[in-house]
Design a protein around this ligand. Structure first.
Ligand code: RP5
Length: 163
């Protein structure tokens, strides 16, 4: 059986600089991922067909990034039962338009929406890794270790401040 992977979809290649934050985290944890530029509005059929194919090939979670009228994550969620994580991109209106378009899904078609921009891109990758980590003990162990290291880094900074 092939290893579960994360599918990252972006509405435009202009979203790439933001989404590189996701790539870094997934690479750090050796989580396989695919990256596609596909749009809910500009390429609706290709988006539908990719989601169906990825779903059947073992995609464990979708990360969907879009700005403006950001319907990509919702359109993907409409076509899969895999978890869909939406990253609102700041292309206009400080990203608030994308945040509301991504988060305000009707009941039954969920999108787990993270913060606008790079912080969201980062957390989307962590969330996808944690989803896979539920059934991958090695990945789970790496995530536990990283949390502990991050906590220690903060405690060390505090200790330095107290000196
Ligand atoms: C959205 O429109 C894309 O996700 C992007 O954030 C925004 C602008 O796209 P481009 O005009 O830069 O291709 O669909």
């Amino acid at each position: 059986m092939s290893k579960p992977f994360v599918a990252i979809l972006m509405g435009s290649d202009s979203d790439l600089p933001t989404m590189e934050a996701s790539f870094e985290i997934l690479k750090k944890f050796d989580v396989p991922f695919e990256v596609k530029v596909l749009s809910a509005h500009r390429t609706p059929e290709a988006t539908h067909s990719y989601v169906q194919g990825a779903d059947q090939r073992g995609c464990a979670a979708f990360i969907c990034a879009a700005g403006m009228a950001a319907h990509l994550a919702g359109a993907v969620s409409a076509n899969t039962l895999k978890p869909v994580i939406g990253v609102p991109i700041n292309s206009s209106l400080d990203g608030l338009d994308a945040l509301l378009s991504t988060v305000q899904m009707p009941g039954g078609i969920p999108v787990a929406t993270v913060a606008i921009g790079k912080a969201g891109a980062k957390n989307a990758a962590y969330l996808a890794a944690q989803i896979i980590g539920v059934s991958d003990s090695e990945l789970h162990r790496k995530l536990v270790e990283e949390r502990a290291a991050n906590a220690q880094a903060i405690l060390d900074k505090d200790a330095a401040l107290q000196e």
